[in-house]
Ligand binder design. Structure first.
Ligand code: HEC
Length: 575
């Protein structure tokens, strides 16, 4: 029946459709276009709002500064009002909120999504309704007839597309998410049961300490004794309601094999909704938890992993770095920058069949391809296969490579010795310091002048006194350090440093959010955060939608002799 109606509805006149559908109200929307479900409608609105793409697949059209035509893909609503719709203040331009909760109310003056009642102005505008909202978007007029600043483009939207966008705005950041109540924000951290206790504790302790401190402060502010301090703090910070709010941190312990983790996560979440996940540590890839976060739209801040998911489009998990993948990228960039390396000879990549080897090689291969360089010859090593002299001899004689990239673990001494001794030795060899673990001096003396090591951490540190106590910062002036001081950091130390950075980031984000505890806004705010020093990576830098906070990696070499030194061969970010 429905199929038939659709079939005849295409060629008939409008009058006929109206008549026909009036007689059969059940199938009112039968037309050339199948009716959208409520969910599809929201998806279509999201696509307009975030990417400037209309349901027809065409870019939305707009005018800026009066009459300059622009494409909505470059001027998507989200690019100014943010993904959450809470808006921002940048360079003196206030981009007001356009989220469901606030549009349909009269407002005073907003600053980053918070109503500023103390401003001595009359209300900024009356409440929007669907009609006036369409007028604002098309013609740049607010409900009081005031013309909006021409930074806000004027969009040419048909009625149907406008309806879709307006219904999306109604749902956008309209309700606080699970895990947030009037008095608390709940977080969780995910830990696999088989993670060594010292690593787990090092990851947990800074997060727990942060939550405990915040909560005892909130207790104090609520007490009669703390009342005056509370008033003072509330005057100083615009994030008033945060002072007495409690935070919770649960541990979601994953047991058994990774195939069962997803259902365990869903079960934890069903029993106890959380606003976001903080840190977390497992022994394998982060993939399963990444998918869980993405599909449930739960932010996850800097899990302790060197095996993150590499994606340009996923939104919810923010990693401290791309891990092994990033070292592979850095090696490719550095090699590309070396004009002196013969471009005619091939690059040979020897890759151990392991998670680490796979990621290093993917980072190298993807980047090399993006740089439009020649094909790479890749040779895979089985899990326990040893590299023999004849293997190296044959490979070098056959391929005559300009460079050998050796993505293998701590046991590389033999391979490097064979390569260095070969008549056909390459101009350079790459190894990964993360994969070598603590064995950086395992690079044998005779191979040191051709061996380059990717090193993703802060190179050298000095300790300074700051308002927050002693902190370690990168000492940019150091290019050479004694190899004995040069330890590739271990998992315990990394976990602690990483969790310290998370606490700083959460403190900043919650204050910036000023009561708008929406998950997308949490990530929007972090996307606008200034760079932070990190004792682990030197620097963490953020940007809208960027999901890997440490952008760099050094390339180093080790000198020969009784007092070997590590020499920096590249800047932190290699382009
Ligand atoms: C280039 C940045 C930019 C883009 C893109 C943009 N806006 Fe705006 N928008 C602004 C600014 C700035 C204002 C405030 C203008 C003023 O105060 O006069 C504003 C105001 C508004 C208002 C009025 C809010 C109020 O409280 O009166 C609405 C509604 C709005 N925008 C919706 C949208 C929608 C929907 C889109 C996408 C279709 C969009 N904006 C795209 C910058 C932008």
């Amino acid at each position: 029946m429905r199929k038939l109606l659709k079939f005849i509805a295409v060629p008939v006149t409008l009058a006929f459709v109206v008549l026909f559908s009036a007689a059969l109200p059940m199938v009112q929307s039968a037309s050339a276009e199948p009716p959208r479900s409520a969910q599809e409608q929201v998806k279509a609105g999201e696509q307009i709002y975030r990417n400037g793409i209309l349901p027809s697949g065409q870019p939305m059209q707009a005018f800026v500064k009066g009459d300059v035509p622009v494409s909505g893909t470059a001027f998507s609503c989200a690019s100014c009002h943010l993904r959450s719709g809470i808006g921002s203040v940048e360079g003196g331009v206030v981009t007001p909120p356009t989220n469901g909760e606030l549009l349909f109310k009269p407002v005073q003056v907003y600053y980053k999504g918070t109503e500023q009642k103390f401003f001595p102005f009359p209300p900024r505008r009356a409440a929007y309704d669907e009609k006036s909202l369409a007028e604002a978007i098309r013609d740049g007029k607010n409900p009081d007839g005031v013309v909006l600043n021409d930074v806000m483009p004027r969009y040419q939207l048909g009625n149907e597309d406008m309806n879709i966008l307006v219904s999306y705005l109604k749902t956008l950041s309209s309700q606080l998410p699970p895990g947030v109540t009037d008095s608390s924000i709940q977080f969780a951290t995910v830990i696999a049961e088989d993670v060594p206790v010292d690593v787990r504790d090092a990851m947990l302790e800074p997060l727990q300490r942060y939550v405990d401190n915040k909560n005892s402060q909130a207790e104090f502010y609520k007490s009669p004794r703390g009342n005056r301090s509370r008033l003072m703090v509330e005057k100083m910070f615009t994030s008033k309601e945060l002072s007495t709010r409690k935070l919770g941190l649960s541990q979601w312990v994953l047991k058994g094999s990774p195939e069962t983790w997803r259902s365990q996560l869903e079960e934890y979440y069903r029993k106890e909704p959380v606003f976001a996940l903080l840190g977390g540590v497992v022994n394998s890839e982060w993939q399963i938890i990444h998918r869980f976060s993405e599909e449930n739209k739960i932010p996850c801040l800097m899990p302790q992993t060197d095996l993150p998911v590499i994606s340009d489009t996923d939104w919810y998990t923010l990693y401290s770095s791309k891990g092994y993948y990033q070292e592979g990228e850095a090696a490719a960039r550095y090699l590309n920058s070396r004009q002196d390396i013969s471009p005619a000879r091939p690059i040979v990549q020897i890759v151990r069949e392991s998670r680490e080897g796979k990621e290093l090689s993917a980072g190298f291969t993807d980047t090399w391809r993006d740089l439009e360089r020649r094909e790479i010859v890749t040779v895979n090593l089985k899990g326990n296969e040893t590299i023999t002299n004849s293997f190296i001899e044959r490979l070098l004689a056959e391929k005559k490579p300009a460079a050998v990239i050796l993505w293998d673990g701590p046991d590389i001494k033999g391979a490097l010795t064979f390569i260095a001794a070969d008549k056909q030795k390459p101009e350079l060899v790459f190894v990964s310091s993360r994969y070598l673990g603590k064995q950086i001096l395992a690079v044998p003396e005779q191979a040191r002048d051709i061996t380059y090591v990717t090193y993703p951490y802060s190179f050298a540190q000095k300790v300074i006194n700051s308002a927050m106590g002693k902190i370690a910062v990168e000492d940019e002036s150091k290019f050479i350090i004694n190899a004995k001081d040069f330890s590739v950091r271990d998992r315990v130390q990394n976990a602690r440093l990483n969790s310290n950075s998370i606490s700083q980031l959460v403190t900043m984000a919650l204050m910036e959010m000023r009561g708008n505890y929406f998950r997308d806004y949490f990530l929007d705010v972090i996307g606008m955060a200034p760079d932070q020093t990190s004792p682990l990576f030197g620097r963490l830098s953020f940007g809208p939608g960027q999901r890997y906070a440490s952008k760099g990696c050094y390339i180093v070499q080790i000198t020969k002799g009784a007092e070997p030194e590590i020499v920096r061969k590249s800047p932190w970010v290699i382009n």
